[in-house]
Design a protein around this ligand. Structure first.
Ligand code: IDP
Ligand code: MG
Length: 149
């Protein structure tokens, strides 16, 4: 089953949006298989965002992302990577549709409250980076009410 890495950024944690974001993924039918609140520091965050190291906003991004704890999660389900991105909304909150997390709860790209993996490959990399201890495998009693087969 596909998995994605979803992270509530320091502003989302400070603004009390952890429950709201978890609620949306739970109610959709996705399964939570790992979660923790952590402040990993600069080097770890730079590794997470290594692809963006050349961007002008990179130093600001790293200082934003290390300004407080982040809530790290792994969610599992069919198509969860692409659907998770749709649920988050566009990177730019001004372009995020109402009804999406970013569309409903933020205004600026530099304070866009949540992260979601953009592909299955990057999801697997991010899960390994953030959860070297592994995830929790469990069977949900809801699965036959969510999946047909
Ligand atoms: P994503 O989070 O939607 O995948 P990315 O392009 O991977 O978007 O960028 C990672 C994060 O970097 C964004 O979520 C946002 O917090 C920040 N970011 C992206 N573009 C800008 C920008 O133009 N100015 C400031 N911050 C940016
Ligand atoms: Mg990205």
């Amino acid at each position: 089953m596909e998995r994605t890495y979803i992270m509530i950024k320091p502003d989302g944690v400070q603004r009390g949006l952890i429950g709201e974001i978890i609620k949306r993924f739970e109610q959709k039918g996705f399964k939570l298989v790992a979660m923790k609140l952590t402040s990993p520091g600069k080097a770890h965050m730079e590794e997470h965002y290594a692809d963006l190291a050349g961007k002008k906003f990179f130093p600001g991004l790293i200082s934003y992302m290390t300004s407080g704890p982040v809530c790290c999660m792994v969610w599992e389900g069919a198509g969860v990577v692409a659907t998770g991105r749709k649920m988050l909304g566009a990177t730019m909150p001004s372009e995020s549709a109402p009804g999406t997390i970013r569309g409903d709860y933020c205004i600026e790209v530099g304070r866009n409250i949540c992260h979601g993996s953009d592909a299955v490959d990057s999801a697997n990399k991010e899960i390994a980076l953030w959860f070297p201890e592994g995830i929790s495998e469990w069977n949900s009693c809801q699965s036959s009410w969510i999946y047909e087969g």
